[in-house]
Design a protein around this ligand. Structure first.
Ligand code: AMP
Length: 544
């Protein structure tokens, strides 16, 4: 058979040729909605590639983006890939120092950014050595600046588009995304053409997100976070309509766009869906033609899954992954055996993180190495993963980050059941150890957010003189709700093992979130450093 390389340029050529008129709808940071299609995106990406090569960009060069989900950001992905270069998607919600670190560590030669992020760029530019700053806008909306800015639309019209994609191999790098590590410097994960194409294939599969030409897909997950879960590539592969919401991630704007554009599939972290459900409750609105919502990035509580499915007839696909896994490692679609079960039992499976698609191998081990523990749905341990879209070495590192057999330790604690459903119980560093047994903070949180009046819940381990550690439940109430500690404990009772019952419940006004919407346990542990359970005040020695 032929050696037909799996390249990102093949994806955009395919979309342009076979699904050329399928729409790309995008909200620009300046406000207006722009209607484009795969053919136009391909033409403009080619112009961009031509311009980049004309400026001396060579295969392997890194090019940064600091941008929300827009058609122009999409074009940079394909244009940079077509120039043989590597797109380094940088998260604008990080601290300035982290953004500076990432752009410098990657040696980004060009930086594309939304006009709304100019204040960030102006603040950090003196610490960068970027050759070209390009604002993703048109001449009319070009901002004033002391920096030598270029206008994206101007650079596109400065070339004729007569250009052949730069020849690269499928194992050559095409994407670079830094992990949102809560400690230490961010680490870069380098994606290849092949790894991105293969992962997108699995995303399109019926037991993945089932993306087809008829799908209308709105990735709310940002394009700067782990390839937007590969949805832009998967949509090019399938020829799906793509709806890009720009910077507006509030529930009202998302709902309006979803309904107006007939979105059938959407994807985001639980925090976004929490806001959406609250908005729908307050307004009595619906979700239009939406039939599937993908939830990942943090655990999707059963109560959230049930609300989407019961109240809005929208199927939830719970997915798990990491920046290091491109990012998708498992999909929570149901197998026939589970589909036959009554709904409450199905819900238990949907709340797990799902099964490995072809291309992913998962194993759980007691100590992060050695033989796997039984797939009995009870025995938990360290989750390891390997496959063609899983990291082998961080960008710029001298050594691999996998073991001799190719396994990458995810840092997650999980168990796998006999059907192959994997369930995350904790990050290894968040595990609560009580009397030598593990308590799953994720399970506790998931039950607690089901309690009426609770908006968000987080559980951390606090030192305890008798048990080593016991769970502290931290709660944000829903607006206007008066839910109390006894209400919550009564709700938990019977839903969790007795010895998991939190020793204390405290209420806070807001939860600290990371730049990707995850609850920041590190910040909570700092905030509650020195906290003592009322029953333990006399005996405990303060932690350092
Ligand atoms: P990131 O690389 O920032 O995407 O973070 C990856 C981490 O997020 C994983 O190692 C998990 O700890 C967590 N995560 C992602 N998806 C899920 C999920 N569906 N349920 C629980 N945790 C998740």
């Amino acid at each position: 058979m032929q050696n037909w390389p799996l390249l990102i340029s093949k994806l955009i050529d395919h979309a342009a040729q076979n699904h050329g008129t399928r729409e790309i709808v995008s909200r620009t940071p300046e406000g207006p909605l722009v209607r484009s299609n795969w053919r136009t995106v391909a033409t403009r990406s080619r112009q961009l590639a031509q311009w980049l090569v004309g400026k001396g960009i060579s295969p392997g060069d890194r090019i940064g983006t600091l941008a929300s989900n827009t058609h122009r950001h999409l074009e940079t992905w394909f244009g940079i890939a077509g120039a043989g270069a590597i797109v380094n998607t940088v998260n604008p919600r990080l601290f300035d120092e982290q953004i500076t670190y990432i752009i410098n560590h990657a040696h980004d030669r060009v930086l594309f950014f939304d006009s709304t992020f100019l204040p960030i760029v102006e603040k950090i530019a003196e610490h960068l050595s970027v050759d070209h700053y390009i604002v993703l806008t048109d001449a009319q909306n070009m901002p004033e600046s002391s920096l030598p800015l270029l206008c994206y639309e101007d650079i596109l019209s400065s070339v004729d588009g007569d250009f052949t994609w730069v020849a690269v191999g499928e194992d050559d790098p095409v994407g670079l995304c830094y992990t949102s590590g809560t400690t230490g410097a961010p680490k870069g994960v380098l994606y290849s053409h092949r790894s991105n194409v293969l992962q997108s294939w699995s995303v399109c599969m019926p037991d993945g997100f089932a993306i087809a030409a008829r799908s209308v897909v709105m990735p709310v997950v940002p394009m700067f976070h782990a390839n937007a879960w590969s949805l832009p590539y998967a949509c090019a592969m399938a020829g799906a309509k793509l709806v890009l919401a720009g910077p507006a991630n509030d529930a009202a704007s998302l709902q309006a766009l979803m309904i107006d554009e007939g979105v059938t599939v959407t994807a985001a972290v639980p925090t976004i869906w929490l806001g959406m459900l609250r908005h729908l409750d307050a307004t009595g609105g619906g979700l239009g033609q939406l039939n599937r919502v993908v939830i990942g990035g943090s655990a999707a509580p059963a109560s959230m899954i049930e609300r989407f499915e019961r109240d809005f007839a929208v199927t939830v696909i719970h997915a798990w992954g990491m920046t290091e896994t491109s990012p998708l490692g498992s999909f929570g679609t149901l197998c026939p055996e589970v589909e036959k079960m009554p709904y409450p039992a199905q819900l238990d499976y949907k709340a797990k993180q799902g099964r490995a698609p072809f291309g992913v191998e998962l194993k759980v081990t007691l100590n992060g190495d050695g033989a796997p523990v039984p797939r009995d749905g009870r025995t938990s341990g360290h989750l390891l993963i390997r496959g063609p879209w899983i990291i082998d070495r961080y960008f710029g590192a001298n050594t691999d980050t996998i073991d001799a057999e190719g396994w990458f330790d995810t840092g997650d604690i999980a168990m796998i059941d006999p059907f192959g459903y994997m369930q995350i119980t904790d990050r290894a560093k968040d595990v609560i150890k009580s009397g030598g047994e593990w308590i799953s903070s994720i399970d506790l949180e998931n039950v607690a957010v089901g309690c009426p009046g609770v908006a968000e819940a987080a559980v951390i381990g606090v030192p305890h003189s008798k048990w080593d550690e016991r769970p502290l439940l931290i709660v944000v109430r829903q607006p206007g709700a008066a839910v109390t500690k006894p209400d919550i404990l009564a709700y938990l009772s019977g839903r969790i093992a007795k010895w998991w019952m939190p020793n204390e419940v405290v209420f806070v006004d807001a939860m600290p979130h990371s730049a990707t919407g995850k609850i920041l346990k590190v910040a909570l542990r700092e905030q509650f450093n020195g906290f003592r359970f009322p029953d333990d005040l006399s005996t405990i020695t303060p932690s350092t």
